[in-house]
Write a protein that binds this ligand. Structure first.
Ligand code: NAD
Ligand code: TYD
Length: 354
């Protein structure tokens, strides 16, 4: 039986992963350490909050003493020290990193270093259980592609935004802890995720929320930038495969082989929602081309051959079904949308990053 420490488990991907993991491994123990920033929400975990194998700790990955307490089993004596770590906690939105990169450096770089050092202090090479530190990273560390080609694990790291630079820095620390200390680490680099519980500042839930509220749909630049979209539960399955079967020191790309220009994806969401809501006028009339994001990466697209060939992972959800399921979820969870976009967030939203 494993004890897995999940960091950032109250965010979008983290909360999907926590539920996926507890459902798949009902005998394992899962500790969720999350600082509950604007992006973390315990509502996302309501379904499993009473699960006896689930334990929530509010706190930051930058809090070295708290981390040491978790590994020394001082928080709850009944809990064993984690033998697996799935590290999601991060500041994750590019636009915010353009406005202020400090929290990105603090959590994504310094926080990762503190977590790595804690794990190094407590994991011994003679452990009977598998130890694995899974670092959940992003394809954005590779920078931007031109019109053709795909990112492979051998691509150079060339980040263009403060967000991707902070993630690339943490990737390099993870690599260094493998080379220097032989820490059992694995890094995954995934393309853009979509699905339930994504904070509606990212493209897909923002567009859905704005169509519901008949607000303008902001398209940066000409809307011709391309992203490779993957359903969040496919990402969770890939992460589970990597943490359980991956080879230490390796990087695995994860992607959906599903490229869309932003404008096409926005038009598709308009079409599906207009049908569902019975709108008489097309929501595409809400499309509003706005000033481009500075340093906006043109195209991301993943070559996921390595994880397919070596670990047997492939996406299971088609985009056709995944996007409809996602839209349905937001339509059914409008209270969630209202709650997460009220208060502090409103101040940010009304003040564009430029
Ligand atoms: P998110 O912003 O929705 O969630 C981040 C979570 O981390 C929140 O619950 C937040 O409260 C928590 N957190 C932030 N700072 C913390 C700290 N100092 N200590 C503890 N918890 C803290 O992010 P997400 O979209 O779920 O992304 C999760 C991870 O996956 C990130 O590392 C991100 O870089 C990576 N990733 C995301 C995508 C994507 O499309 N969203 C794609 C590839 C990789
Ligand atoms: P986003 O969801 O922020 O993810 P990332 O920048 O990490 O890929 O943005 C996805 C794409 O959508 C990106 O090319 C920027 C664009 N975009 C808009 O055109 N309008 C918006 O309001 C947002 C949030 C993003």
């Amino acid at each position: 039986m494993n004890t897995i420490l999940v960091t950032g488990g109250a965010g979008f991907i983290g909360s999907n992963f926590v539920k996926y993991y507890l459902n798949k491994y009902p005998s394992d123990t899962l500790i969720n350490l999350d600082d509950l920033t604007y992006a973390g929400n315990l509502e996302n975990l309501k379904d499993i909050e009473n699960n006896a194998n689930y334990h929530f700790i509010k706190g930051s990955i930058c809090d070295k003493e708290l981390l040491r307490k978790i590994f020394k089993t001082e928080i709850k004596t009944t809990l064993e020290a984690p033998n697996l770590v799935a590290h999601f906690a991060a500041e994750s939105h590019v636009d915010r990193s353009i406005k202020d990169s400090s929290p990105f450096i603090q959590t994504n770089v310094v926080g990762t270093q503190i977590l790595l050092d804690t794990v190094r202090e407590f994991w011994s090479t003679t452990s009977k259980k598998r130890n694995c530190f899974l670092h959940v990273s992003t394809d954005e560390v590779y920078g931007s592609l031109g019109k053709t080609g795909l990112f492979t694990e051998n691509n150079q790291i060339k980040p263009n935004s403060p967000y991707s630079a902070s993630k690339a820095s943490s990737d390099l620390l993870v690599r260094a802890y493998y080379k220097t200390f032989n820490l059992p680490v694995i890094t995954t680099r995934c393309s853009n995720n979509y699905g339930p519980y994504q904070f509606p500042e990212k493209l897909i839930p923002l567009i859905i929320n704005n169509i519901i509220n008949k607000k303008p749909l902001p398209i940066y630049g000409q809307g011709l930038n391309i992203r490779d979209w993957l359903f969040v539960l496919d990402h969770c399955a890939a992460l589970d495969t990597a943490i359980k079967q991956g080879k230490f020191g390796e990087v695995y790309n994860i992607g959906g082989n599903n490229e869309w220009t932003n404008i096409d994806i926005v038009k598709l969401i308009c079409k599906i929602m207009d049908e569902k809501l019975g709108n008489k006028t097309s929501s595409t009339q809400l499309i509003n081309y706005v000033t481009d994001r500075p340093g906006h990466d043109l195209r991301y697209a993943i070559d996921a051959t390595k994880i397919k060939n070596e670990l047997g992972w492939e996406p299971e959800h088609t985009f056709e079904k995944g996007i409809v399921a996602t839209i349905d979820w937001y339509l059914e969870n409008q209270v969630w949308l209202q709650e997460v976009t009220s208060g502090e967030y409103q101040k940010y939203y009304n003040k564009h990053y430029l």
